[in-house]
Ligand binder design. Sequence first.
Ligand code: GLN
Length: 537
Amino acid sequence: MKNTKYVFVTGGVTSSLGKGIIAASLAKLLQERGYSVTIQKLDPYINIDPGTLNPYEHGECYVTDDGAETDLDLGHYERFLNIPTSQANNVTTGRIYQSVINKERKGEFLGKTVQVIPHITDEIKHRIQILGKTGDFDIVITEIGGTVGDIESLPYVEAVRQLQWELGEENAIVIHLTLIPYLAAAGELKTKPTQHSVKMLMQSGLSPNILVCRSEHNINDGIKRKLALFCNVKKQDVIQSLDAETIYDVPNLMYKEGLDRVVLEKLELDQNKEPALIDWNDFVTKHKNPKQEVEIGLIGKYVELHDSYKSITEAFIHAGSSNETKVNVRWIHSEKLTPENVVDNLNGLNGVLVAPGFGDRGIEGKIAAVQYAREHNIPFLGICLGMQMAVIEFSRNVLNLQNANSVEMNEDIENPVINLMEEQKNVTEKGGTMRLGAWDCDLIENSNVYKAYNKTQISERHRHRYEFNNAYKKQLEDAGMVATGLNPKTGLVEIVEIPSHPWFVGVQYHPEYKSTVLNPHPLFIDFIKASLKQSKK
Ligand code: GLN
């Protein structure tokens, strides 16, 4: 059983400073030094999980092996650390209140008045320590979502304060991430916003142990001294975090600034060996020095917010690096795509990826994109809804089932080639009720997917309600679209391919969730390889 230590990461001044990347980079350095580390995200919003949120609100919804619908920062944690996360790694205010209220209904508070302090804060402390109490981790890093000073964050700050008091500062430390803005007119970096944000934290009884300061310009010794003095930390505990060329540079930058060293010192842990980052740096070097380029069209309906497809674009970076290829993404809005303008919009692409999604907005554009890729022999990867659109396109244009569709779009359609899954038929609540998480899949030999994975049994993560309708399987296969991946228990079609096409793969699951720096996803590697081949034609 390990004596787990805790690191809390709070944010000040503004949102979007990259707490998730700082947390993941620190975790990576500690992992490289031989510590077992995991990262948790606490989100102060009232939704139970982000599963019911529109991607415009919150970016992509990331799915874990155990079927949790989570914040996209968990994707960064997995991509950096190369270890899976789970439901315990993401907790929202909604979930905290839900468990407290459920306990109240069961009478577990024995007639007491249920209050934010102690009941909500106790539940937060319990959730923070779940991962630590597994005994699997030397260090648990907990990122507190939002910005210090938000009303929603107060119970979290109080819970961290109590936990630090209970565990002792050698077992629980606070890193506060802030912004040092540069005023061009004055030619100066300004520390005041950071002073105010630390003051706000201190009003809640919490003092940061380490300041990490985002900045566009070098923070000199004088500024560090000033920050240290007014924020009540030592000068060596002020760490600068300059803007990086890529997020994958941040572990190296944080190592250079000594973030991992001061963390270990404060937690009274051995420095162990220096972090080598050998495979990591090999990836970064290849990523930064590509020998060739491809252009992939990403067809989706949330393309205005690139974060909606975070795991997909990161998977491109991983697969690009392993192919020593720069993957340029052409963002294409499915709603703006029609059979008339599809050639103009997709012209010159070396690969087409039709993205996941829900509802009928933009689906005709997605179908037009599939048709273009199929007829022009452009490598095609359809993910989830993208795979379903590939089946619909083939049914309409090759099988001549003009009104083929998914029952998601039209319940009474004559040819429901994509159908509601049997177990979904009585589902009425939207939250957490899809087919979620890891499911096994058997691959057919000699398929593109078999060649990519180089094995016949895989497990991939899912998030959907609708499925390939097996009543059309024979017809589709006779016409040239074959099922190359099946669920071993239910026979559910998880993958379709067109063997006469250079590379046409539709997957019902989400391969992007499992792509990491050290384990780029085989399907993305192969898709980029096929696109490279196409580019040389
Ligand atoms: N809307 C589709 C379904 O529920 C696809 C979901 C997705 O793309 N993640 O089956």
